[in-house]
Design a protein around this ligand. Structure first.
Ligand SMILES: [Zn+2]
Length: 101
């Protein structure tokens, strides 16, 4: 899930990619918040929460390299953390009520 991958080669780090930093931040936030809520934390529930939250948030596309993606996501987090946290929490609670399994 997501484009972040720590185990990439030097060539892959320089590879240009198109990324939605809002999406990467939502995935990161879902993974953080789901452990604090008493709910199922399987991939189906995580992906479902990501979809719900992302439909409420504006996308923020960037062209970057894989190696610089994390820095872009951290900037996104500084600017939009509260907004993302609110939508992710709402989405997780909705999934908790109505899991797709
Ligand atoms: Zn689940």
């Amino acid at each position: 899930m997501g484009l972040l991958n720590e185990n990439i080669t030097k060539e892959e780090q320089n590879e240009m990619i198109l990324a939605n930093t809002a999406e990467e931040l939502v995935i990161m936030t879902v993974n953080e918040v789901i452990s604090k809520i008493d709910m199922c934390s399987c991939d189906i529930c995580k992906l479902n929460a990501c979809a719900i939250a992302l439909n409420k948030l504006e996308p923020h596309y960037v062209t970057t390299t894989r190696g610089k993606l994390l820095a872009k996501i951290i900037t996104e987090k500084m600017n939009y953390h509260t907004e993302v946290l609110v939508e992710v929490t709402k989405a997780l609670l909705a999934v908790k009520e109505n899991p797709l399994h």
